[in-house]
Design a protein around this ligand. Structure first.
Ligand code: SF4
Length: 622
């Protein structure tokens, strides 16, 4: 059996995962839209990187053996050559390199990653890239063994946040046109037993243009990637990589031993935990009779952070003793090093005590907090896009685009919520229009309410962008300064965060250790049918009352869109926006459908806040 780069990578997080991967156990990444999107983002950066090496030749082959043979031949026959996907084998280890440059007897191995780097940040520790450096070190080990006569230098090639593009619509130069027929592993994904994703085919818009050379020149001049030499880091890591590779190869050959792995707190996020699904379930095989204990110590709010790597984590202690019921938790351990509960410990205590009696809890302080909100109340939610390859001229890699907001406003006590919204339909940088329209909608009176600090961060960043892009609008500048909190500047804004109110003043056992709106809403909505009869919310009550989560009642409102196209999470929103911008230019009907779905999704988010607020008001007797 061979040890590929992705085999090596998964084994570094847990040796038992390697065994499950090789035995094609299903994982929860199978069909995971978010993971797939991340992988596709990585492939777009790879395509961009390849275009920076226009003389590069892709090593193709119908099998690994053939790819290895082609690589060997091309290296032997050429003093200078650049290869994509060059393939090497040594002692059971197999790797493909993203980019390999041969200059006489020197090889440069270049690993392309979509994680961002900031060359302006002098404190930028290469530590942030440790995982990738280990990845490159495994490649260097294999290439060195396969080609001992070469001098080899490793590099990472990364999107650089210090650079700005000079090309408008750059992201539109790359499209994911279709999946290739051939199925093979996407290495950016943590584990895929049987291979579930197909490698996306990234198409360069000008591939067949007679001016292709001109566009490639533009890309090269614009180069948003930075080459980071990692010789020293790879050398320092090499002994570890050699011994790990030997251990993993030994497991593949002779089977895994009990000493090679143990269940621990990291199992909480194991991709082989496929819940109650039938068939091979890796998590269940590891956890045996401890699998179904509920509530579980993993349900504790920030439970994994109790303890320390040197003294041992509290959850690992309990797992070692097979005490994984939530009720095995000792509340004394929620205290910090000063012997106090602290804000995290207090939340844990609250969760523990109310889970024990299976009871909802609302603090009497909630009443005061709600009373301090000033009418008109504006419930606000944003949707944003961020990607390695920017959309608009002047933008950096991963600079965000604020493309949509929704707002429900309640003018005075007893009034029905009024809805307003914005979605960008134009092809230019939308952030200032986004903020200006929001300013018009909510003005300078009342309390804007959000869930999490995200909206505050976005508006604060737009304020900073006004300087970067030299955007002149004094009214907007003043409004953004007044509404946002900036701790560094000692400035407190107008926003109130409902997530913070939840953390301090509300708990329902249904939420377990979570406080996201997607957890709080169903806890309240499912347990309080009186809310369903309130006319403001009735559109979210399905006719048969079988679907109790309003997010599940979202259905396509136009046309016959497939079920999976219903936009009901942030990832779906980003994908939809990308398609609106670059994928459906020739299909106005499709474009309009996607816009309507996005509007529907964002509107529900702010209505969800109104539902929760209304319930808290009622509970507090206001
Ligand atoms: S459940 Fe834990 S021990 Fe088992 S494969 Fe997953 S991470 Fe490894």
């Amino acid at each position: 059996m061979i040890l590929s780069k992705s085999d090596y990578k998964i084994a570094t997080s847990c040796c038992k995962k390697l065994v499950y991967k090789k035995a094609s156990y299903p994982t929860m990444n199978d069909g995971n839209e978010y993971m797939e999107m991340l992988a596709q983002g990585g492939y777009i950066v790879s395509k961009y990187a390849q275009l920076l090496y226009p003389m590069g030749i892709e090593v193709k082959g119908n099998s690994i053996e053939e790819a290895i043979h082609i690589t060997k031949t091309l290296l032997k026959d050429n003093e200078y050559i650049t290869l994509f996907e060059a393939t090497f084998l040594s002692d059971g280890k197999v790797i493909r390199t993203d980019i390999l440059e041969k200059k006489k007897d020197v090889l440069h191995i270049i690993e392309v990653k979509s994680k961002s780097y900031d060359s302006d940040d002098e404190d930028n520790p290469k530590k942030k890239f440790e995982e990738y450096i280990e990845d490159v070190a495994y490649q260097i080990l294999t290439v060195k063994e396969a080609c001992p006569d070469y001098e080899i230098h490793p590099y990472l090639l990364l999107p650089d946040k210090a650079k700005r593009t000079t090309i408008d619509g750059l992201a539109g130069w790359f499209t994911i046109t279709k999946m290739e027929d051939e199925r093979f592993e996407i290495e950016e994904l943590p584990a895929q037993g049987a291979i579930k994703f197909q490698k996306p085919l990234i198409e360069f818009k000008y591939e067949n243009s007679i001016d292709k050379g001109k566009y490639i020149d533009l890309l090269q001049n614009d180069n948003l990637l930075t080459l980071m030499p990692v010789d020293k880091e790879v050398n320092e890591m090499m002994n570890t990589v050699v011994s790990k590779a030997n251990l993993y190869l030994n497991i593949l050959e002779n089977g895994i031993q009990p000493k090679d792995y143990s269940i621990n707190k990291n199992c909480k996020n194991c991709e082989f935990n496929i819940g109650d699904e039938m068939g091979k379930n890796g998590y269940r095989e590891c956890w045996k009779e401890l699998t179904d204990i509920s509530p579980h110590i993993f349900d504790l709010y920030f439970g994994g952070a109790i303890g320390s790597p040197s003294k041992g984590f509290y959850l690992n202690e309990l797992i070692n003793n097979k005490k994984v019921s939530f009720f095995n938790l000792d509340i004394e351990r929620f205290k910090n090093s000063k012997g106090e509960y602290g804000s995290r410990g207090e939340r844990q205590l609250l969760q523990f005590e109310n889970t024990k009696i299976n009871s909802e809890w609302i603090s009497s302080e909630m009443k005061n907090a709600l009373s301090r909100l000033k009418y008109p109340l504006h419930f606000i939610d944003f949707e944003t896009y961020t990607g390695a390859i920017p959309y608009h001229k002047g933008m950096r890699p991963y600079e965000f685009i604020a493309f949509q907001w929704s707002c429900h406003t309640i003018q005075k006590p007893g009034d029905a919520p009024q809805h307003s919204e914005f979605i960008n339909r134009e092809y230019n940088f939308p952030n200032f229009r986004f903020a200006e329209q929001l300013m018009q909608a909510i003005g300078t009176t009342g309390t804007p309410v959000m869930w999490s600090s995200f909206e505050n961060t976005i508006l604060r960043t737009i304020l900073e962008q006004m300087d970067v892009y030299n955007y002149q609008n004094d009214t907007l500048r003043e409004w953004l300064t007044g509404i946002t909190t900036d701790k560094k500047q000692n400035r407190t804004g107008r926003f109130v965060d409902m997530n913070e109110l939840t953390l301090k003043y509300y708990f329902h056992p249904y939420m377990k250790g979570k406080t996201s709106i997607k957890k709080v809403l169903p806890a309240i909505w499912n347990n309080n049918p009186y809310l369903h009869a309130i006319p403001w919310f009735e559109q979210y009550v399905p006719a048969d009352e079988t679907t109790l989560n309003p997010y599940d009642t979202l259905a396509p409102i136009i046309g016959e869109l497939e079920k999976e196209e219903v936009v009901k999470d942030g990832t779906g929103a980003m994908r939809a926006y990308n398609e609106i911008m670059f994928g459906s230019a020739n299909n106005p009907e499709r474009r309009e459908q996607l816009i309507q779905l996005l509007l529907q999704y964002c509107e529900l988010d702010t209505m969800a806040m109104v539902i929760i607020w209304k319930y808290w008001m009622d509970k507090s007797g206001l």
